[in-house]
Design a protein around this ligand. Sequence first.
Ligand code: SAM
Length: 247
Amino acid sequence: MDIPRQHTIRERHHRILDPFTDEKLAVLGRALRLTPGTTVLDLACGTGEMLATWARDHGTVGIGVDMSSVFVGRANERAAALGVEVTFVNDDAGDYVAPEPVDVAACLGASWIGDGVVGTLSLLERSLRPGGLALLGEPFWREDPPDETAVIGSGAPSRHLFRSLPGLVAQLREAGWDLVEMVLADEDSWDRYVAAQWLSTREWLDANPSDELWAEMRAELDTAPLTYVTYQRRYLGWGVFALMKRP
Ligand SMILES: C[S@@+](CC[C@H](N)C(=O)[O-])C[C@H]1O[C@@H](n2cnc3c(N)ncnc32)[C@H](O)[C@@H]1O
């Protein structure tokens, strides 16, 4: 099971595949007051950095599911390097339910797996024990994009797919969840996610001149930095929202 190879080219040196840094991931783990033995499910876990570092730092026990065999391979390597036990499954997470109810169920940066915010929360809820925590990593508009060029440049599939931060928080409340914590990305942490892709892309281009994706990746690097600083860095926010179902 796999995803387009362009992702694994751009992000092959990334451990976190979202606009968080190591520090922000650690802040989130501390904010949630995780204790040893806390069970965590991470749907679309990427390279498993959250599960691996939280297992190291808090003694959590985890399962991660991701569609990319490359990312799951790297997740297993990372868990082994940190000496932690995390189970990674290479599969579509769109209807994955944990074998036993978990304390924390997460989906960071992939809410399309449940067809949007509300559907993804319902998917997470199917694996959560009563009173458990759902973690949703989701974009929002920091500023209203002035036109369609700004929407496309921000990387959003459409203007209406994302809301403002108050709009997103209201949506979470209307869906029946209490927002109990949040950690937000900032421009510097966005740079660690996006700008870090450019060097990986350039090094890959230099090393793979006859690859069938070479022209496409070359064209991407020609425009990606300017598009990012003009639109995405300004207009798009991102955060992880910790939620508990309202009784
Ligand atoms: C933006 S990355 C986020 C990864 C990780 N949650 C993180 O924050 O570092 C999106 C991830 O979703 C995975 N993915 C996309 N569609 C998926 C699906 N249907 N089921 C499981 N994983 C999926 C990709 O392979 C990728 O690892």
